[in-house]
Design a protein around this ligand. Structure first.
Ligand code: C2O
Ligand code: CU
Ligand code: CU
Length: 502
């Protein structure tokens, strides 16, 4: 009785809150997202994290102080600065990565997109205590591509990643090298993240509304830098982009006519290049493009931007500048756009292939639904002392339980998994550990498979109304892995399940 009364009281205030009276965070948030992003007067030269070979690498998660624009910011990094070194591996190599936890809280590392043994995967139950260390060791048994790493301690993942714990993991592949794609100065790795630089802190303190929409900010960092500029020459560049944001989707393109071709996604190259004008990239996804700057005059400025997009009201309302590019004088190597890239082996899913459906649910953004769905949630206090509902995002009606195995899969087999967001009104980038997949179909919403999705994937973006089927080839490894939404606020809210390979 008491509990009922409590929930009822809460649902009243919560529904008022979600419907949006003027003073609610929801309103502030949507206002913020409609602001123009102001042109900065100074731009700094874009820097790239140092590279480290994966055969003998060292990561030291720690608190860091740094300067962003004219602010002194405190964040986290895998070295003395935001983010971490770019790890470089070759197919077949044995990775040996020591992680020395210098934080005051537990952490661990997940190798996003890499198929590694379950006990090396950074499952949320495998934690490294403060002052503790772990050496991760695994062999690179997959094709070249742009992968990445970040923490995975349940309930701390979103905060730690937001504060700066993330890095790139590049797998080099002889087949890819044979294609003569741009390298050196003409291959640029870009980590795109949005932050909320209110005052001088990179505070992570999500409100109820932030847990629904994800923690969105309008200060866009590339490689941990704000307002950066990259010098390019009149030639073709390979831009390898990670959306390392907690929740923001980018509709990537250029502000001035700049032809570009998608040549790959999460797990490597596509079969052929695809000429595009913009690409919608969800949190956790990677994009590999060739951009041709040769028609721009020396000295001209152009921008890598995110164009407005439709589908949700919480983001995508405005254009955002990610990076300014200045076309410079000077010799650049000439490259051709290859006609043919990789040969992709299709994951076969004959009739009778085991199919599992995952229904994605979030609390609806309306008072009535919010009230009827209250039963899912539980109460917590946020750090600011406001009550926060937990467990609003579910998969098949469930929130994450560390010791419950939700799906049992036979190692080495192929299956079809279906993510169903057809009744949802939120964005869910769904991510799978322990295996790579191919997208078979997207129904509803955007209703098609996009060019960067025509390769091996590990994360797939579901806009509201969409249902996506994927074919997965599971490895021979055995053990416990997770599947979750890569909106990190949703993930920490419990939108994650365990599956076990047996
Ligand atoms: Cu990039 Cu389980 O995460
Ligand atoms: Cu992952
Ligand atoms: Cu989600």
């Amino acid at each position: 009785m008491l509990r009922q009364f409590f929930l009822l009281t809460l649902s009243f205030s919560l529904s008022g809150f979600l419907i949006g009276c003027n003073t609610s965070d929801l309103f502030k948030n949507s206002l913020q997202d409609n602001q123009a992003n102001v042109e900065p007067s100074v731009r700094t030269q874009l820097a790239f994290p140092p590279q480290q070979s994966v055969t003998n690498a060292m990561l030291t998660p720690q608190e860091v102080s740094l300067r962003l624009g004219n602010k002194n910011i405190k964040g986290m990094g895998y070295h003395q600065g935001l983010l971490g070194p770019t790890l470089i591996a070759k197919v077949g190599e044995q990775a040996q990565i020591k992680v020395q936890n210098q934080l005051k809280e537990p952490t661990n590392v997940h190798w996003h997109g890499l198929v590694v043994p379950a006990d090396q995967d950074g499952h949320p139950e495998q934690l490294i205590a403060p002052a503790g260390s772990q050496t991760y060791s695994f062999q690179i048994k997959q094709a070249g591509g742009l992968y990445w790493y970040h923490p995975h301690p349940h309930n701390l993942t979103a905060k730690q990643a937001y504060l700066g714990l993330a890095g790139l993991f590049v797998v080099r592949d002889p087949q890819e090298s044979a294609l003569n794609l741009p390298v050196g100065e003409q291959e640029a790795f870009l980590v795109v993240q949005d932050k909320r630089l209110n005052g001088n802190a990179l505070d992570y303190n999500p409100s109820q509304q932030d847990i629904m929409s994800g923690y969105l900010g309008l200060d866009i960092l590339v490689n941990g830098q704000q307002n950066a500029q990259m010098q390019v020459k009149q030639s073709i560049y390979r831009l390898r982009i990670l959306n390392g944001s907690n929740a923001r989707v980018y509709n990537l393109g250029f502000n001035k006519e700049t032809p570009f071709w998608v040549i790959g996604g999460d797990g490597g190259l596509t079969e052929t290049p695809y000429s595009e004008k913009s690409v919608l990239l969800g949190p956790g996804e990677r994009l590999d493009i060739l951009a041709d700057f040769s028609a721009h005059k020396e000295g001209s400025l152009l921008k890598l931007i995110s164009l407005p997009f439709k589908g949700v009201t919480t983001q995508g309302q405005q254009e955002l500048t990610l990076l300014e590019m200045q076309v410079q004088k000077g010799q650049a190597k000439f490259y051709k756009i290859p006609n043919q890239l990789a040969a992709l082996e299709k994951i076969s899913t004959p009739t009778g292939t085991k199919t599992r459906t995952f229904e994605l649910q979030g609390m609806k953004m309306s008072g009535v639904d919010a009230m009827t769905e209250m039963g899912h949630g539980s109460m917590m206090m946020s750090t600011s002392g406001n009550p926060i509902m937990k467990g609003m995002h579910t998969i098949n009606g469930k929130t994450f339980a560390m010791n419950r195995i939700d799906e049992t899969v036979t190692a080495g087999t192929s299956e079809i998994w279906v993510f169903d967001n057809s009744k949802g009104d939120e964005i869910h980038p769904m991510h799978l550990h322990g295996a790579q997949f191919q997208i078979i179909q997207r129904e509803g919403g955007r209703n098609s498979i996009f060019s960067h999705e025509k390769t091996r994937k590990d994360t797939v973006l579901l806009m509201p109304g969409e249902k996506v089927s994927i074919a997965i080839k599971f490895p021979d490894y055995k053990g416990k892995y997770v599947i979750h939404c890569h909106n990190l606020e949703h993930e920490d809210d419990g939108m994650m399940l365990n599956f076990e390979l047996i």
